[in-house]
Each structure stands twice: as C-alpha cells, then as structure tokens.
Design a binder for this molecule. Structure first.
Ligand code: SER
Length: 320
C-alpha cells in the first residue's frame, strides 16, 4: 500500500492534490505537511497532517523517518515574484530544502519523489514555442531553482535509483486557494475582481502570452506521471505539460462574454512583466504524450465557465 507525504499541503496545488490522492489511496495513507499556514477543511478534516518546516533539516529527517513514505510529493516552493523579493527565503526553501528532501529520501528508502517544475525553468534564450528539450537559461531565482530540481532529479535517479519525476507546469488557474506569490496569478485574481467589483487592474501587459492550465489537469498530470511505468520513461524530472496559452486581453474578453460589465485596466509591474517576458508563450508537450500518455482536458471556455460558477458560490457573501 502506498504511503504518501505531501509538502506544501496548504498551497494552491497541495490543497487540491491531497483530496484526490486520499480518494485513490485511502485517507490515512496521505499525510499533509504544512508550515504555519491554514489547511483547507477538506484537507485538514479528512486525514493526517503534520507541522513541517522544510527548511528545518532535523524536522524533515524526523518526519521522513517516522512516517516512512514510499512517495513524496514535494510541493513546498516559493513562487517567482516572492522569490525575487526574498532571495534568502527562496534559497532556503527552493534550493536547500529540495536537497534535504532528496538526501533523506535516499537515506530512508523512499521510492519516488515528485517535484513540480515550471515554465519558469525557461529563459529568454528559449524559443517562444518551447520544445521539451531546449535551451534553459532562466534569469530568475525561481527559474534557476526549478532547473536545479530537474537536474538534481535526473541525477539522483541515475546515481542512487531514487525515482524522481516532475512536470513543467504552466500557470495554474484554480478557485479553492488564491495564489499570490507568482507571476501568472493575475489569471486567478482577475476572476475575484470581475465577480466582486466588476474591475481588475492587471499587472501584466495586455499582450503577454503565457502557457496556462486548469487545476484538475495540473493535478492529473502529477498523478499520471507518478503512476507511469518507469521502464517507458526516457525523461524523468523534466516533462513539458501544456493545455492552453492566452494573454490578459484574451482572458478579459472571455470573462466579458459572461460578465458584460467587467472592465480591465492595466498598471504594469516591471518586475513581474520582466519575469513573464522571459518565459515562453507556449510549451510543446509531445514527449509527455508519448512517454506516459499525458493529455489535457480543459480549454479556455471550460475554464472560464467553471471558475465563474465555482467562485460565484464561494464569494457569494462578497458579491452581494
Ligand atoms: N505560477 C508560477 C509563478 O507564476 C510559475 O510556475 O511563479
């Protein structure tokens, strides 16, 4: 039976991945680990959780030793915009803790570690339509940490046999937890603005095209890859996964079709604009399709319809 430990359990992805894992593997077998933040009720009340500061080496070792997971989903990570503002924190979480998790996984016989990578692992030299295997020279601390995760993952697999796997996720849209530390987060915040006040001030230029994905597809990509037949994988911790790409203007138009009074304004944040400009417009995910049968389900219209429906219920007190 699988015993799974998830770090970053209160984050945007952890909050939605854990209920799906518990459904599949049994609630008691999926341990949510969280540091000084609030778990969603559907995570908190449905199975075990532990306090874990991933930057505390002793705590990481103790928890891996005592819980004996065979799989770890290592989701704890500082997103791109916050990482630029707080390099020290980003270094501790995205670099040092990553190493601690990998070393202790080897030491305590963990079989598999799943580490999400990101579009942030690409840089200005990467083609705008990014193939799976291409030049990766990110110029952000977040991106550098994601390339490190990919390279270390492949290294640990070949040198120690620890089976490290990862997908390069696009910006992820979701309605349960609002992300606030990333560059792609406008694509979630815009719905809150549209529903609560009918307005949103976007910090990216109207024509900034970025790869995006709906949360159920992102969760599915992590689970599918974690379950894939290892003997068929040529890549390991470095798979592009793609769904759709759009600009802020295109997303605003899609929202206006459903909420005709919605108005978008722009006040560009130079830091986040520079990060977004260094990322590709699109990812090509042929390798993931071939090696483990990946495919996305949600397109722009389905995402916008579902976000508005779910957030209208969640925010009903604020919408008035
Ligand atoms: N969504 C992330 C960010 O914007 C990218 O992986 O930082």
């Amino acid at each position: 039976m699988n015993k799974i430990l998830v770090t970053g359990a209160s984050g945007q992805i952890g909050s939605e991945l854990i209920p799906v894992l518990r459904e599949k593997h049994g609630s008691d077998n999926v341990i949510a680990s969280v540091h000084e933040s609030h778990l969603l009720d559907e995570v908190d009340l449905t199975g075990p959780s532990v306090e874990l500061d991933v930057t505390d080496k002793k705590q990481v070792e103790d928890i891996i030793e005592s819980t004996q997971p065979d799989t770890i989903f290592h989701l704890a990570s500082v997103l791109s915009a916050l990482a630029e503002q707080d390099r020290q924190l980003a270094y501790k979480v995205n670099f040092e803790a990553l190493y601690t998790i990998l070393e202790n996984s080897v030491k305590y016989g963990v079989d598999k570690v799943i580490i999400p990578s990101s579009i942030g692992a690409f840089g200005l030299d990467t083609p705008a339509v990014a193939p799976n295997d291409t030049l990766q020279r990110p110029n952000t601390i977040y991106g550098i940490s994601k390339v490190l995760g990919e390279l270390l993952g492949n290294y640990y697999y070949s040198m120690t046999g620890l089976d490290v796997r990862g997908v390069r996720l696009p910006g992820v849209l979701s309605w349960k937890v609002e992300p606030t530390a990333g560059t792609t987060d406008y694509a979630v915040a815009i719905f809150y603005g549209a529903l609560i006040s009918g307005k949103y001030v976007c910090y990216l230029r109207d024509d900034t095209k970025l790869p995006m994905m709906y949360m159920p597809d992102a969760v599915n990509s992590l689970i599918l890859l974690s379950e894939a037949d290892g003997s068929k994988l040529q890549h390991r911790a470095d798979f592009n996964v793609a769904a759709i790409s759009f600009t802020p203007a295109e997303l605003a138009t899609a929202i206006t079709k459903r909420l005709p009074h919605f108005e978008m304004e722009y006040a560009i944040d130079p830091m986040r604009q520079a990060i977004a400009d260094s990322w590709p417009d699109e990812l090509i995910d042929d390798v993931a399709k071939t090696e483990w049968g990946w495919n996305h389900k949600y397109g722009l219209d389905e995402i916008v319809d579902d976000m508005i429906e779910k957030l209208s219920i969640k925010l009903q007190d604020k919408i008035g």
